[in-house]
Design a protein around this ligand. Structure first.
Ligand code: 30K
Length: 451
């Protein structure tokens, strides 16, 4: 073997020094293969960037085409003229196809209308029409176009679908799908106690599915809240309001620091409030708050506490108490979403999988979460007597989500916090607190004052 190798080795210098025909073919083939691979990679990344609604972009000046390959989604920043950027991902509609009917609500840029859209030769569809009020500033206009650009790049059943825009005539419009049941927070308030735990979890699972889609695309929503979720006729929930969202820059942490703007304190993770670090993990914190809103049928998180009090309580380790009749597995899930350390929070994919599991094994939802007075929230500004951290009965009942019984307490002649200390289950029943879950919650809280 060794001899053979030596012989072969020695023969080489005796060659002409020129590669033989076979070697040339090999090199050419190799080069072609390399070019093919590079071209393939470029095409693949472009496709990814353009996603579903790909359109050629050569014609647009002032647009750095390299940026598109670095980001999974395209924002308006690379465009010198944002109104051209919008055209890449949205359909400019002839205003004569749009028929505005009645106001259905307020958007951040102006009124939202119900109306119809009719493409020639197609059936008329009902749509929601967001308008830009005529007195808009440059930044409002920019954000308006930006929302349309962002929405136009998404295609998912739990994300509100964009039908098209009108940007070339006034008033400017963003035309999206109509959602029969409107915003989730008002919808739940109007349908208090009407849904089963499985129905509520199914709504949350839809939101988690939409959020998994967004976070897979490095998209940080930054304003996830029940008011920004829309509900279809069949209770399908869809994420909307992309006005605040930001594309993650390509940094290792995947974080984005904002330069300013209002922050919805009650929904926002502590690191996002303190350092403006918005990530999918801070969206997960907000998702936990949305879970709480859904399970409490649209109640206001942290009730009458001020934003300052909310921030202080979170820093002190307190968290929202479980909503009334909240399955304990769901409360546990909320609490991990509110882990102070953002790396300990679950990913949207995991949340979605867990919710799926609860829907297919509904017996897991049967155990109701206990109200634990040690971990759940109290007012930090309390000045009550020994052990009782509440100033009044209404304040206490509010904090344990039992304010529906304020009148019952008043009618029973109970006016001070001291007067509730000796209440028994029988007393509560006499007062009209008949549901065992509610009795347990109240007694549990009283017990907490004594420990
Ligand atoms: O159908 C609808 N499709 C929509 C698409 C609707 C709203 C938006 N964007 C808004 C989402 C919430 N956000 C709050 C800060 C403002 C922008 C996109 C929509 C609505 C709707 C309109 C305005 C506010 C909230 C929801 C809608 N409201 C309804 C009320 C409704 N659809 C159907 C019935 C209804 O009955 C009272």
């Amino acid at each position: 073997m060794v001899r053979t190798q030596e012989q072969e080795f020695r023969t080489l210098p005796q060659d002409t020094g020129m590669p033989s025909g076979g070697v040339i073919v090999c090199i050419i083939f190799g080069v072609l293969l390399f070019i093919g691979l590079v071209a393939g990679l470029i095409i693949y990344r472009r496709r990814q960037a353009h996603h579903h609604r790909a359109r050629p972009c050569q014609k647009h000046s002032g647009y750095n085409r390299d940026e598109i390959w670095l980001k999974p989604y395209v924002d308006l920043q690379p465009y010198e003229d944002p109104s051209r950027g919008v055209l890449e991902f949205t359909k400019e509609l002839d205003p004569s196809l749009v028929n505005i009917e009645n106001v259905i609500g307020e958007g951040e840029f102006g009124e939202v209308y119900r109306g119809t859209l009719c493409f020639p030769g197609k059936e008329r569809i009902v749509v929601a029409i967001k308008t830009l009020k005529s007195s808009y500033s440059d930044s409002t206009w920019w954000n308006f176009l930006r929302e349309a650009t962002i929405m136009g790049q998404f295609n998912h059943q739990n994300i509100v679908r964009l039908e098209g825009v009108v940007t070339k005539r006034s008033p400017m419009m963003i035309i999206t799908e109509y959602m029969d049941n409107g915003a989730l927070d008002t919808f739940l308030r109007e349908n208090m106690d009407k849904f089963s735990a499985v129905q509520l979890v199914t709504m949350l699972q839809g939101i988690a599915s939409g959020m998994t889609y967004l976070s897979d695309r490095n998209y940080v929503h930054r304003d996830l809240a029940a008011r920004n979720i829309l509900v279809s006729h069949c209770l399908l929930c869809k994420v909307s309001d992309f006005g605040l969202s930001r594309i993650l820059e390509n940094d290792v942490e995947g974080t984005y620091e904002t330069k300013g703007g209002k922050i919805p304190i009650r929904w926002t993770a502590p690191e996002a409030i303190a350092h403006r670090i918005f990530t999918s993990a801070s969206d997960v914190w907000s998702f936990g708050i949305v879970m709480w809103e859904v399970l409490s049928y649209g109640d206001k998180p942290y009730g009458d506490m001020t934003n300052q009090e909310v921030m202080k309580s979170i820093e002190d380790g307190y968290r929202l108490p479980p909503p009334v009749d909240c399955p304990s597995v769901l409360y546990e899930l909320m609490k991990v979403c509110w882990s102070y350390d953002r790396t300990r929070r679950p990913r949207f994919r995991e949340i979605h999988a867990q919710l799926d599991h609860f829907i297919s094994s509904p017996h897991l939802l049967r155990t109701v979460a206990d109200f634990d007075p040690r971990v759940t929230l109290r007012l930090p500004s309390c000045s009550g007597s020994d052990g009782i951290p509440y100033r009044s009965i209404p304040e206490w009942l509010e904090s344990i989500r039992m304010k529906r019984y304020i009148l019952n307490f008043r009618t029973a002649g109970l006016n001070t916090m001291e007067s509730v200390l000796e209440l028994s289950a029988e007393d509560l029943k006499q007062m009209g607190v008949t549901l065992p879950g509610h009795q347990k919650r109240i007694l549990c809280s009283i017990q907490g004052f004594k420990e």
